[in-house]
Design a protein around this ligand. Structure first.
Ligand SMILES: Nc1nc2c(ncn2[C@@H]2O[C@H](COP(=O)(O)OP(=O)(O)OP(=O)(O)O)[C@@H](O)[C@H]2O)c(=O)[nH]1
Ligand SMILES: [Mg+2]
Length: 160
């Protein structure tokens, strides 16, 4: 049973380091329970182990001490929302002069999404449709304390 649970974690692509930690925990619990564990118990142990290994990355105020903050990552992971939170904090808690720049002209309504946050915070937003736009706008936003840059999400299976 433990073997098949571990096989499953590997098949799901879990990092070997986490697989080993899970295996160790399962073996420990296996002996503690007199070598009896139901599949539901195994699942519960694995779940607890995985949650424990997740290391939440709290918003660090150092992030908003940088002049340019650009988020990249897979589609839908929360880049735009996170930028809005960081920008909100920079404006409301640190009274910084903030601007948005977005290079996400790919997804429908992506610009409107960020524009809504920009309107709420009453800060400017620039939209870059080309690399040339992007360079020019970055230079134009030099006077701001903090420029939050949004990008289009990419499929995580796309190696390029
Ligand atoms: N529960 C939860 N949901 C979140 C969080 N951040 C973003 N979301 C939600 O996740 C969805 C996607 O968030 P976005 O910020 O648009 O993600 P994105 O990475 O900009 O997406 P793309 O621009 O399409 O690549 C939205 O429905 C958000 O409300 C978070 O911290 N917790
Ligand atoms: Mg986005």
């Amino acid at each position: 049973m433990i073997e098949s649970a571990i096989r499953r974690l590997r098949a799901q692509g879990l990092d070997e380091h986490h697989v080993e930690a899970s295996l160790k925990m399962l073996i420990k619990k296996w002996y503690q329970s007199d070598e009896k564990l139901t599949p539901a118990e195994i699942r519960q142990i694995l779940k607890e182990q995985l949650v424990k290994s997740l290391n939440p990355n709290r918003f660090q105020s150092e992030i908003i001490q940088k002049k340019f903050v650009m988020l990249v990552g897979s589609t839908g992971v929360g880049k735009t929302t996170t930028l809005a939170k960081l920008a909100g904090r920079a404006v409301l808690e640190e009274a910084k002069k903030v601007a948005f720049l977005t290079a996400d002209t790919f997804r429908i309504a992506a610009i409107d999404q960020l524009r809504t946050y920009a309107d709420i915070l009453n800060v400017p937003i620039e939209v870059a449709y080309s690399a040339e736009d992007f360079r020019r706008q970055l230079a134009g936003l030099k006077a701001y304390d903090c420029v939050f840059i949004d990008t289009a999400g990419r499929n995580f299976q796309d190696k390029k």
